[in-house]
Write a protein that binds this ligand. Structure first.
Ligand code: SF4
Ligand code: SF4
Ligand code: SF4
Length: 501
C-alpha cells in the first residue's frame, strides 16, 4: 500500500538531459546519483545472498591467514598469512576507503562471521537472534567514534610492541586477527546489532574518517516525505525482507557516509522502495556535512598524532630518546610513555594551532557573547575535517614500503603450500621500487593529500568559518597555512625516515 506514493514521486521526477542515464538520476543534487534505480543493481542489492557472496571470499582468506600463520612456515615473506595481510591487504583497504568509503565493511569477515552467528543464518532473515541483545550503555556510547580510535591506538601499540607488521610475524599476525574476530564475536553476542562496528572496531576509526573521501554516500532515503508518512519504519525496526539497520543509522538522516556499513538491509526492508544507493563526488562527506561531530574531530586529531608518531619513531632522534626512556623506566620499545605521550602532544599541538586560528573568530554573534570554548569548537571541528585527506594520505604512504618491497612475495608464499616457494626465488627477491623511489612516491602521495586538504579546507572555511570571523583574508591564509604545515611535516618526516634507515 505504501508503494503507491513513491511510485508517483518517481514518475514525476524530471528527466535528466545532461547525458546521464535517467535511471541514475536523483532530484536532490546534494544526495548524488542513485545507482539503485538501475534494475540490475536493484535486483542484486535486493538479493539476500548478495552480502554473503561479498563476505565469503574474505572469510576464506582470513581463516587461511589464521591457520597458516599458526601452522605454516615461520619465514614471514613465505607465509601467505603475513604476506597477504601486511604487503597487500592494508594497501587495498586504503584504496577502497579513499575511492569508495566503507567498502571494506560491506565485505568484512570480522563483522560478517560474528553476524552469521548472531543471526543464526548466512543470509536468511531470521526473527530471533542469538545472544543477549543488550543495548550499548548510553554513558559509553556518548564517546562515539573515540572508543574506536582508542581501540585503534591500543591495537597499534600491541602491533608495535610485538613488531607484528614489519616485516611480519606469522603466529602473532594470526593471534592478532583471531583477537579481532573473537572480540567482534563477544560484542555481537552480548550487545544488539552491530554495536561492535558502530562503536568499538579499531578499523572503523580509520575507515569512518578517511572513508569520508570516498565516492559512495551510502544507502539513503529517496523521498523524506514518504518517510514522514511511513508508519512501520522497517528500515530501523526490520521487516519481513530485511533486518533493521545493524548500524543504528536511519537512512533518512545521514549527511555523510560515516555510519552506513553498506549492508543493504534498509534497501531490502523498506516496504516503500524508498531507499537508494547514492554515489557522490569525492570528498563530499568531508566538506558537506552540516552536523559536524566533535568526537570525529578529536578522532582525526588523535589518528593524525598516531601516524606522525609512526613516522617520528623511525628517526634517529626518537631511537636515542626511546632508548634513554627505556633505560630509566626499565621498559621496552615502544615505551608506553613516549608512545601515548608523543601521540597526545602532537594531537594537542594540532588542536592548539586550531585554537590560535579560532582567535580570529568574532567574540559576538548578534548581541550574544561567544565563549572562548564554543569559538574553539566552531573552528576546531571543521578544521579537523579539512585535514582528513592528509591523514588518509599519510596512513596510505606508511603502507607503501611493504607493498613496493615485498608484495611480489605473495606468489612464492602461495607456492610454499605446494613446496615450491623459496627465499631464493626471483619473485621473493624482487622489489617494485628502490628506496629513493619509494620515498618519492610517499612524498607525492602526501602532496596529493595536501592539495586535496587545501581544497576541502577552502570550501569548509568559506561555508563554516568565514561567517564567524571578520578577518576573511587572514582566516583563509591561516587555515591554508595550517594545512600546508601538516603536509610539510609529513613529507619531511618521510625524507628523514629514509635518511635514518
Ligand atoms: S566496522 Fe570493523 S568489524 Fe565492522 S564491518 Fe567495518 S571493519 Fe568489519
Ligand atoms: S526508508 Fe524507512 S522510514 Fe522511509 S519509507 Fe522506508 S521504511 Fe519507512
Ligand atoms: S541498513 Fe542501510 S543505512 Fe544501515 S548500515 Fe545497512 S545499508 Fe547503511
Amino acid at each position: 500500500m505504501l508503494a503507491q506514493p513513491v511510485a508517483t514521486a518517481v514518475h514525476l521526477r524530471p528527466k535528466v538531459t545532461d547525458g546521464m542515464d535517467e535511471r541514475f538520476a536523483e532530484t536532490d543534487p546534494n544526495k548524488g546519483w542513485d545507482i539503485a534505480r538501475h534494475p540490475k543493481v536493484a535486483q542484486t542489492l535486493k538479493s539476500r545472498r548478495f552480502q554473503f557472496a561479498l563476505i565469503l571470499p574474505n572469510q576464506i582468506i582470513f581463516w587461511l591467514v589464521i591457520f597458516l600463520g599458526l601452522l605454516g612456515t615461520v619465514v614471514p615473506g613465505l607465509n601467505f598469512g603475513t604476506a597477504i595481510t601486511w604487503y597487500l591487504w592494508f594497501c587495498l583497504v586504503f584504496v577502497m576507503m579513499v575511492v569508495v568509503g566503507r567498502a571494506w565493511c560491506s565485505m568484512c569477515p570480522f563483522g560478517g562471521f560474528a553476524e552469521w552467528i548472531q543471526r543464526k543464518a548466512f543470509w536468511r532473515r531470521t526473527q530471533k537472534s542469538l545472544g543477549l541483545g543488550i543495548k550499548f550503555p548510553k554513558s559509553v556510547a556518548r564517546y562515539g567514534f573515540l572508543i574506536s580510535v582508542a581501540a585503534f591506538l591500543l591495537l597499534t601499540y600491541v602491533e608495535e610492541f610485538f613488531n607484528i607488521a614489519g616485516p611480519g610475524a606469522p603466529a602473532e599476525t594470526s593471534i592478532m586477527v583471531l583477537g579481532i574476530v573473537v572480540s567482534a564475536l563477544v560484542f555481537f553476542l552480548v550487545f544488539e546489532r552491530r554495536t561492535f562496528c558502530r562503536y568499538v572496531c579499531p578499523l572503523s576509526a580509520l575507515i569512518g574518517s578517511v572513508g569520508a573521501m570516498g565516492s559512495v554516500a551510502g544507502f539513503r532515503t529517496r523521498d523524506r516525505d514518504v518517510c514522514v508518512a511511513c508508519a512501520t519504519k522497517d528500515c530501523m525496526r526490520g521487516g519481513d525482507s530485511g533486518y533493521g539497520c545493524p548500524w543504528y543509522t536511519w537512512p533518512g538522516s545521514a549527511d555523510s557516509n560515516l555510519a552506513c556499513g553498506l549492508c543493504t538491509e534498509c534497501f531490502k526492508s523498506c516496504p516503500s522502495n524508498n531507499v537508494g544507493l547514492f554515489l557522490q563526488k569525492p570528498m563530499t562527506s568531508v566538506i558537506a556535512p552540516r552536523r559536524r561531530r566533535l568526537d570525529i574531530a578529536w578522532g582525526v586529531t588523535l589518528l593524525w598524532g598516531l601516524v606522525l608518531f609512526q613516522q617520528v619513531n623511525a628517526t634517529n632522534l626518537y631511537a636515542s630518546f626511546d632508548g634513554w626512556l627505556n633505560r630509566i623506566t626499565s621498559l621496552q620499545y615502544p615505551n608506553p610513555i613516549d608512545y601515548f605521550g608523543i601521540i597526545f602532544v602532537l594531537a594537542g599541538l594540532t588542536a592548539g594551532i586550531a585554537w590560535l586560528v579560532s582567535r580570529l573568530g568574532s567574540r559576538k554573534v548578534g548581541n550574544a557573547e561567544v565563549t572562548s570554548r564554543s569559538r574553539f569548537r566552531s573552528f576546531f571541528v571543521p578544521m579537523m575535517y579539512g585535514i582528513i585527506p592528509i591523514v588518509g594520505a599519510d596512513y596510505f604512504a606508511r603502507q607503501l614500503p611493504k607493498f613496493f618491497k615485498h608484495v611480489s612475495r605473495l606468489i612464492p608464499s602461495i607456492g610454499a603450500w605446494f613446496g615450491v616457494g623459496s627465499t631464493h626465488s626471483a619473485l621473493y627477491n624482487t622489489r617494485l621500487l628502490s628506496d629513493p623511489g619509494i620515498v618519492f612516491v610517499q612524498v607525492a602521495v602526501i602532496a596529493i593529500g595536501t592539495l586535496a586538504a587545501l581544497w576541502a579546507s577552502w570550501k569548509i572555511t568559506g561555508r563554516d568559518l568565514l561567517p564567524l570571523s571578520g578577518h576573511s583574508a587572514t582566516l583563509r591564509i591561516s587555515v591554508s597555512l595550517v594545512v600546508v604545515a601538516c603536509g610539510a611535516a609529513a613529507g619531511i618526516l618521510y625524507v628523514l625516515m629514509h635518511a635514518a634507515s
